[in-house]
Design a protein around this ligand. Structure first.
Ligand code: FAD
Length: 446
């Protein structure tokens, strides 16, 4: 028997990261009654609990183009209205990054979702799904008041981990199953950094200092590169430096990244590692002498867990060949960025200025009738995912999934029956960029 009914809606979005929040906004604007379910006490997922920089809005290289707009642009405008936002070239050439204050983004997501008319449910953890003939009829969420059920015509799995698809029994590739899974990272922030002195340290200097420190045996630094960057707050930097392994080093067997014992172990080890990198920065990097660690990421950053099997699957060749698709709903020019096990990271670039299309079919769950996915659990191989997982692309996918879900919910409730040309027309009307010809060249890089 299902637990007490909490809501019956047209579209239920599970997970409120860059993908899910955008999906909820788009679906509500499309006229659907929307419920957005989130296990954390705030919206944003990785975009607020882990990070502070959007990548993927721009292609990297000498001739940058803006390839994502629509709701993503509204998010940036709303952030700017609350305080400074820093546009900066990426250390590794993934294109211009847009660095914001994560605390502001929590509020921005809430405002935009509520203004669109969607209902938000925080502290609500999806636990189960009732499925009949591929149709998800009811889901169960754990709340402080006990288990509750939610019914919807269309569901969007934006949980990052494909939790809804897993509980429903729909096929997904587990990270590490076919290719080594990406590593995990605990982010941290440092305050009272002397920006002038730090600016005199090149990337090569920083990495050389890390290698020297690690090889001396005085510091335990598993990753010998990684980056720090300026933030909108004077004297505060944020880092992507730590590395927690998810596969081979544990005897070659892939681990289940959603396993609670594994997550507990890496959360604890990640914080310990962050303190070690902070100690290294203070001791060895000019500008950090008087700085202190002021914040750890709310939770560990997980790059990949499960990728569902969709009606289409994006591949490495598609990405590196900048392939176009008739049903594409967004673009990606970001390189394949593989944070594999070991001391470094691998980068593979698309041709300068090029972008791959993101097919609508990668959002349509192959085994399901009424479920779409958006964000990092979309249908792609390991390599293709390593390119398309940037937050701007997650927003583009979210906008497409939310728009499609509203169209479907108003009709047959079968997302794969949505008229793709009509979906594309609506996305363009709402500011999305769907083809490279529509991408705008960037005149000046801030
Ligand atoms: C360390 C790290 C550094 C990165 N650096 C960058 C960067 O600088 N710039 C960039 O653009 N991208 C970066 N990425 C990639 C990017 O951040 C992610 O791919 C993207 O944010 C994923 O968004 P999402 O909405 O798909 O998933 P998530 O952000 O993971 O959101 C999923 C949401 O679902 C919720 N959820 C999960 N399960 C449940 C459940 N069962 N019930 C209810 N809620 C649930 C989660 O709490 C979360 O809010 C990085 C990723 C990592 C891990």
């Amino acid at each position: 028997m299902s637990p007490p009914l909490l809501a019956t809606v047209d579209v239920c979005v599970v997970g409120s990261g860059a993908a899910g929040s955008t999906a909820a906004i788009a679906a509500a604007r499309g006229g659907a009654r929307v419920l957005l379910i989130e296990k954390l006490p705030f919206l944003g997922g990785t975009s607020t609990a882990v990070l502070d920089t959007f990548y993927g809005f721009y292609t990297p290289g000498a001739r940058p183009h803006k390839v994502v707009a629509g709701i993503g642009d509204e998010v940036i405008a709303a952030l700017r209205a609350l305080g400074p936002v820093v546009e900066r070239p990426n250390t590794y050439g993934a294109g211009i990054g847009v660095t914001y204050l994560a605390e502001h983004l929590k509020v921005v997501w809430e405002r935009l979702v509520e203004l669109a008319g969607a209902r938000i449910l925080l502290h609500a953890f999806l636990q189960d799904a009732e499925v009949r003939d591929g149709i998800v009829e009811t889901i169960t969420v754990a709340t402080k008041s006990g288990l509750r059920s939610v019914r919807a015509r269309v569901f969007i799995d934006a949980s990052g981990d494909a939790d809804l698809c897993r509980f429903a029994g729909f096929a997904a590739e587990r990270a590490g199953e076919l290719e080594p899974a990406q590593t995990l990272t605990t982010t941290f922030r440092m305050a009272n950094v002397d920006g002038g002195r730090r600016a005199g340290v090149t990337r090569a200097d920083l990495h050389a200092a890390m290698a020297t420190a690690a090889e001396s045996g005085a510091y335990d630094l598993p990753r010998r590169e990684g980056s720090d960057h300026v933030t909108p707050v004077s004297g505060m930097t944020a880092t992507i430096m730590t590395r927690l392994e998810s596969t081979a080093a544990r005897g070659g067997e892939p681990v289940d990244i959603t396993d609670p014992d594994f997550l507990t172990a890496v959360e604890i080890a990640g914080r310990r590692q962050a303190l070690e990198y902070a100690r290294f920065l203070v001791d060895r990097v000019p500008g950090y002498e008087a700085s202190s660690l002021v914040a750890l990421g709310t939770q560990i950053g997980v790059r990949e867990t499960r990728r569902v099997y969709g009606d289409a699957r994006l591949t490495r060749d598609d990405v590196l060949g900048a392939r176009r698709f008739a049903d594409q709903i967004g673009l990606c020019g970001a390189p394949i960025e593989d944070h594999h096990v070991g001391v470094d990271t691998t980068w593979r670039y698309l041709p300068d200025g090029a972008a791959v299309g993101i097919p609508y079919g990668t959002l349509v769950v192959r085994d399901a009738v009424n479920v779409l996915v958006a964000g990092r659990c979309f249908s792609a191989t390991h390599d293709a995912h390593a390119s398309v997982r940037s937050m701007a692309q997650c927003m583009a996918m979210g906008q497409a999934a939310g728009t499609a879900a509203a169209i479907a919910a108003a009709g047959s409730a079968v997302p794969r029956e949505v008229d793709v040309a009509a979906l594309q027309a609506r996305l363009r009307r709402d500011g999305a960029i769907l083809a490279v010809e529509e991408a705008t060249p960037v005149v000046s890089v801030a």
